[in-house]
Design a protein around this ligand. Structure first.
Ligand SMILES: *Cc1c(COP(=O)(O)O)cnc(C)c1O
Length: 399
């Protein structure tokens, strides 16, 4: 691979993409790829969506950045719309998911401080979680690989096994500020929490005065066929992080909260130079224009069912390659019996972009505007990829 000055923090594929349109990407190798990764659930409306391109050009001619020392009408509009469509009443706008996680953690700790209980600063998280790469977020995520070599991790996180409600209940004590989890773990391998687990966590939080923080950075903004994945279980958090799909490819995130919780963040407690600037928020509003259009989310849910059923069929026809499929809406995972990276590579050779995740899973996160025909094409390509992996197994080439 040609060397570059860029930090070597990613094991990159040699391929680059030069242009994109809808669910298609044009590779530097001259081939067209069907994009079922969306840049990790970011390009939620596909590439070069006409409404987003128009919004970007329109704002580019007006003003890009002014600073949060002034009112930002685009930011206020985005915040009001996110609140109107959710549990939330207050919003802090960020540039990324990990900053939304930091804002959420600070808000939760400050809430108890403001209510006379500064000793309540601990946060209970779940194994397999991913909340980003800032110091607070790697401590929250608890993945030893991401913590190694960076000195003492930020204090105050207690991690419990996935899906074990009794363990979570035992971990919530007098020093607990919040429980924080993804309704569907993304990086952890597309692992949805059962709805009754989420409801039990909500009830426990209510009974103990603990805040519930939901990380919807990956599963939110329409990905599962509801604006937020927690709507499937009818559980409302006190604080929620969103990012990834919210900007359609423009760096944008947000920490949402109820008024009671959000209002503890008084002037001076938090800030961001870029966060919520006019250009970013114009893109967020443009994404919302499309996602909140009547019928859009219902259509996503419908396509999600088509994808889910097709993947179940794929697992049946390749039992040596796939163990199972799981997920909600257009957030689906294939748990592999072979190395998931081999399946991702074989799919790419068939012109299909997918993304590996934890727990040996291949993630499928197509743009929300994917059609049933695109889904059929993607599953046909996965079928061929699985056959080529089987052929490698038979020739002893892969394990
Ligand atoms: C990607 C992700 C983050 C971090 O977002 P960045 O924009 O990469 O900082 C946090 N939480 C979840 C669930 C994610 O999938």
């Amino acid at each position: 691979m040609a060397s570059s000055a860029v930090y070597k923090t990613y094991a990159r594929t040699e391929l680059a993409f030069e242009t994109g349109e809808g669910v298609w990407l044009d590779g530097s190798d001259g081939r067209r790829y069907l994009d079922f990764g969306s840049g990790i659930a970011v390009s939620s409306l596909g590439h070069a969506h006409p409404h987003l391109v128009a919004a970007m050009k329109d704002m580019a001619d007006k003003v890009w950045h002014t600073s949060n020392i002034f009112r930002i009408p685009e930011q206020e509009r985005l915040a009001d719309r996110l609140c109107a469509a959710s549990f939330a009443e207050r919003v802090f706008v960020t540039n990324s998911g990990t900053e939304a996680a930091d804002a959420a953690i600070k808000t939760a700790r400050r809430y108890h401080y403001a209510n006379g209980a500064p000793e309540r600063f601990r946060i209970v998280t779940v194994e397999g979680a991913f909340h980003g790469r800032t110091f607070a977020a790697i401590a929250a995520g608890g993945n030893p690989k991401y913590l190694e070599g960076f000195g003492p991790p930020l204090e105050g996180f207690d991690q419990v096994p996935f899906g074990d409600f009794e363990a979570l209940k035992a971990a919530v004590g007098p020093a607990t500020a919040a429980v924080m989890l993804e309704p569907i773990q993304g990086e952890g391998g597309i692992r949805p929490f059962p709805h009754d687990y989420l409801r039990a966590v909500r009830k426990l939080c209510d009974e103990t005065g603990t805040l519930l923080i939901l990380d919807e950075v990956q599963c939110g903004m329409g990905r599962t066929g509801k604006l937020f994945a927690c709507e499937w279980s009818e559980v409302e958090p006190d604080i929620m992080m969103v990012a990834k799909g919210i900007g359609g490819g423009f760096p944008l995130g947000a920490c949402l909260a109820t008024a009671e919780v959000g209002d503890v963040m008084i002037p001076g407690t938090h800030g961001s130079t870029y966060g919520g600037n006019p250009l970013a928020c114009a893109m967020g509003n443009a994404v919302l224009d499309v996602v909140l259009e009547p019928g859009f989310l219902e259509a996503v849910a419908g396509r999600g069912i088509v994808l889910k059923q097709a993947l179940a069929g794929l697992v049946d026809s390749h039992p040596d390659v796939f163990e199972t499929s799981r997920g909600e809406g257009l957030m689906q995972g294939l748990k592999c019996r072979v190395a998931s990276g081999d399946v991702v590579a074989a799919a790419r050779a068939e012109g299909l972009v997918t993304i590996a995740a934890g727990d040996n899973v291949v993630r499928l996160l197509p743009p929300l505007v994917v059609t049933d025909a695109d889904i059929k094409e993607a599953v046909d390509r996965l079928d061929r990829a699985a056959s080529s992996v089987e052929a490698q197994i038979q020739s002893g080439g892969a394990a």
